[in-house]
Design a protein around this ligand. Structure first.
Ligand code: FES
Ligand SMILES: [Fe+2]
Length: 441
């Protein structure tokens, strides 16, 4: 038999499906990745979902209940009551904490048992029993929880892009797929050209469909990809950052790179939060401004629960439409409930995915081995500087174009990283000064 004979019609020899990569994909209590993720504040719900009734949620494989007590505090607890397991989603929200509907056990938001009304006065149960609870931090319409060891709780990180005063709406989208395949899509910029322009018609800005030079770089928060394109007589460099363990930012959705701009910030800050091993919630802020959306293509009214204003991110489309115009939802869900890395053929264009997995694996292992998780440094304003931006600059030299494009992308990325100890307001000026001195004409 020739080599060609053995390759043709060889489905019979390719039927085995090996196990997934548990080190990076399993998130339950006690798993290496699950414990690593628990060391960081994780967004768990939009606060507009928390009304007068408790909200049943599932995060990192744990069944929980989130509620706002009558004094306005958010509580997050294990869902099953410590008495005999009834769900606190049927509980009664109190002035202070929540009361289980079954026998009236009453817990403060930190899980301490305040009262067990069916027990005799003086019963030791009140001092002995606790309901598992987690601290909650409320930030601009999102409830964040810390689900790690209590003595390791970090301060809540304020990211620079949260503080720009840009109009924001919260959103939360769920997907029946493992968190890692949703997260690593953000370091797969090649798919923007194929999935979002060539395969399905142009889904985002037309400039996204222009061929791009792509490089990847470590950042203090994780990594970034550097995408550089020529658009007319400008060079456009977009840096897209991964904020480990599971945060991501994205530039303007409909960017057309029509004119000079320096260090334009993000259209989204979001986290891919594991609901469990096979479900993921993408939750965060969608930002709106004239600069981010000069043509008025954003539709803030469509942004919220299971809804966002660009296509292909949610369930619910007709199957034929999914097939004719697949989006991120269709490709990520169809990679299997947990993508099987051992079956992949990763190539040059997957360098970003491979790099992200490596950084993540290194951090998961370091955490397992030392008990320490890398926390972000703060800039001069006590914020966490981030690295996602768009810079568009007039550069008209045509000779050795690829080298020039690559050099421009690298130097913008250098400056975005080098300026990270400064306040956001100073960084654009420093980046512009570099553009002028090295690429100005
Ligand atoms: S099960 Fe909750 S009070 Fe009895
Ligand atoms: Fe995408």
């Amino acid at each position: 038999m020739t080599d060609a004979d053995t390759k043709a019609y060889s489905g019979y020899h390719h039927r085995d499906i090996p196990a997934e990569d548990p080190e990076l994909t399993h998130v339950g209590p006690g798993t290496p990745c699950g414990e690593y993720l628990r060391r960081y504040w994780q967004p768990v719900a939009m606060t507009n979902e928390v009304k007068d009734l408790p909200l049943a949620i599932r995060i990192l494989g744990e069944d929980l209940v989130l509620f706002r007590d009558q004094s306005g505090r958010l509580g997050l607890m294990h869902r099953h009551c410590a008495h005999r397991g009834a769900s606190l989603e049927f509980g009664i929200v109190m002035e202070c904490g929540i009361k289980c509907c079954y026998h009236g056990w009453h817990f403060d938001i930190d899980g301490r048992l305040i009262d067990a009304p069916a027990e005799p006065l003086g019963s030791p149960v009140r001092n002995k029993v606790v309901q598992g609870a987690y601290p909650v931090h409320e930030e601009q319409g999102i409830a964040f929880a810390y689900m790690g060891p209590p003595d390791k709780r970090p301060g809540f990180p304020i990211f620079d892009t949260m503080c720009l005063g840009t109009d924001a709406k919260t959103f939360s989208l769920s997907m029946p797929a493992n968190w890692l395949q949703v997260y690593e899509n953000t370091q797969d910029p090649i798919h923007v050209l194929h999935l979002h322009a060539l395969s399905s018609g142009v889904q985002f800005g037309a400039a996204s469909g222009v061929e791009q030079l792509i490089e990847y770089r470590d950042t203090p928060l994780g990594m970034m990809n550097i995408q550089t394109r020529r658009v007319g007589d400008h060079l456009w460099t977009r840096t897209t950052d991964s904020i480990l363990p599971n945060g991501n930012q994205t530039g303007a959705i409909w960017e057309e790179a029509e004119g000079k701009k320096i260090f334009q910030r993000v259209s989204m800050l979001r986290w891919m939060v594991p609901i469990d091993n096979t479900h993921t919630m993408t939750i965060g802020w969608r930002y709106f401004s004239d600069a981010l959306d000069p043509r008025g293509q954003d539709t803030p009214d469509e942004v919220g629960k299971e809804s966002i204003d660009f296509m292909g991110q949610t369930a619910g489309r007709a199957y034929e439409e999914q097939q004719r115009q697949p989006g991120d939802y269709e490709v990520q869900v169809s990679q299997r409930p947990i993508a099987v890395h051992a079956l992949e053929h990763r190539v040059t264009s997957d360098r970003g995915v491979s790099k992200l997995r490596k950084i993540l694996r290194d951090r998961v292992r370091a955490h397992s081995n030392t008990g320490e998780a890398k926390m972000p440094e703060l800039n001069e304003e006590q914020q966490v500087a981030t690295y996602c931006q768009d810079t568009v600059y007039p550069v008209t030299v045509l000779e050795e174009e690829q080298d020039l494009m690559r050099q421009f992308g690298r130097r913008v990325a250098d400056k975005v990283i080098e300026t990270d100890s400064h306040a956001h307001s100073k960084r654009a000026g420093l980046i512009e000064a570099m553009c002028e001195s090295e690429f100005g004409q």
